[in-house]
Write a protein that binds this ligand. Structure first.
Ligand code: FAD
Length: 382
């Protein structure tokens, strides 16, 4: 008989899917609840550093991702106007040898679909928006927007930047609009063949107050992707993203290098997203409730490590439950927080400052990290 506590994960984003998969693998009866009616393939890319690939190895999808993704040999940083190289960060074979796994870039939708496929499909529930939790008894009672009520011993809030669980723990507070937006577009590499230009596998074009990060999202290099950071003082759209246009892109990147102009010329469809943050939270868990990922440390995406932190959180949370025994869940949650707070807050800060790999630096503190192997720090109160 399984004596492990029942666990509910709220949100089947990248952090929630990782948590669900690792918990189910470790034998916890786990249900995942997602508000979206179905899985959707958002047109965007994502970097998966060696730190994340080590978690994917545990989940059992590392090889599939290696086959699916693009494997850049370098992260290049270049001056947006002149094209001059500011940094050349070795990835490829160097990453595999020195950080313990590959550095890949993939289509976010392909990654998400693969991660969600690793969950027990009978315990994955779409169209379930959590509206309330009552954590006053022996079980947590969850109420969903469709009127249904469910119970679990422990509840993990992996419900993103506008987390309902965070609100329950800390009260209502909107995330901070950073004053920057991100444009996102996927471009057919076929179109780029018309240009006598080199389109590198992973390159960030910089100027003082803005940038454009560009990479392939498929191993066959047929889909190229850009994501920007551009200042925009206000965000009054009230939605998580809006449409943008080639004209808006031309204006934002006027004077940029011909390679960037070619990307803009080849843009068929582009969206614009507000970049949201929160200051480090004073509370990550209380009683039977615990947060992970953007629910507790949303950040600007300028290190390409937001989802990575959510996935590392998931791995560390499961490790801590196993370490102290899930019956000691409050101890496990505090051990988890102790081992994640400093790293997540540092990544939030560097992302905010947007300095990551702008010049040559050693990225080992990010990429070599392994949430399953890093020595655990004990909470100071123990
Ligand atoms: P989310 O992915 O937001 O998932 C939360 C889930 O919870 C969603 O599916 C949502 O529908 C669901 N949900 C919300 N509320 C409820 C509710 N009440 N009930 C039930 N379900 C609910 N990170 C990287 O690591 N690499 C990158 O290259 C990268 N690029 C980025 C580019 C941009 C432009 C942006 C904006 C972000 C980028 N990030 C990147 C960051 C990354 O997207 C986030 O940090 C990551 O998605 C956080 O994962 P999460 O699971 O915590 O939250």
């Amino acid at each position: 008989m399984n004596n492990k506590p029942t666990i509910a994960v709220i949100g089947a984003g990248l952090g929630g899917a990782a948590a669900g998969a690792l918990l189910q693998q470790a034998g916890y009866p786990t249900k995942v609840y997602e508000q979206a009616p179905a899985f959707a393939r958002l047109g965007a890319g994502i970097h998966l550093g060696p730190n994340v690939m080590k978690v994917m190895r545990r989940i059992g999808i590392e090889e599939k991702l290696n086959a699916m993704g693009s494997h850049p040999d370098y992260w290049f940083s270049r001056n947006g106007m002149t094209g001059e190289y500011q940094s050349r960060i070795p990835l490829g074979e160097f990453a595999r040898e020195n950080y313990g796994a590959a550095y890949i870039t993939v289509h976010r939708g392909d990654l998400h679909e693969l991660m969600v496929s690793t969950l027990d499909q009978d315990n994955l529930h779409f169209d379930k928006r959590l509206v309330d939790v009552d954590d006053s008894g022996d079980k947590v009672v969850m109420t969903f927007a469709d009127g249904s009520i469910e119970e679990a011993d422990l509840v993990i809030g992996a419900d993103g930047v506008n987390s309902r669980l965070r609100e329950k723990l800390l009260g209502p507070e909107a995330p901070i609009y950073s004053g920057w937006v991100a444009h996102r577009a996927i471009i057919s590499a076929e179109k780029l063949k018309a240009y006598d230009l080199d389109f590198e596998a992973c390159v960030k074009w910089w100027s003082e107050d803005r940038h454009m990060m560009v990479y392939f999202v498929t191993g066959d290099e047929k889909e190229y992707y850009y994501v920007t950071g551009v200042p925009e003082p206000d965000w009054n759209h009230g939605t998580s993203f809006v449409g943008s246009s080639r004209e808006e892109m031309r204006k934002a990147f006027e004077g940029y290098h011909p390679t960037v102009q070619a990307l803009i010329d080849c843009t068929e469809s582009v969206t614009k997203w507000p970049l949201l943050e929160r200051n480090p939270l004073p509370l990550w868990h209380e009683n039977r409730l615990v947060l992970l990922g953007d629910a507790c440390h949303p950040m600007k995406p300028h290190m390409a490590q937001g989802a990575a932190m959510a996935i590392e959180d998931a791995a560390m949370l499961v490790r801590c439950l196993e370490e102290v025994g899930a019956e000691n869940y409050q101890q496990a949650f505090e051990l988890y927080r102790t081992n994640r707070f400093e790293r997540a807050s540092r990544v939030q800060q560097v992302s905010h400052d947007n300095t990551w790999l702008r010049e040559d630096e050693d990225p080992a503190w990010v990429f070599a990290y392994d949430p399953f192997e890093v020595p655990l720090k004990q909470p100071t109160s123990q």
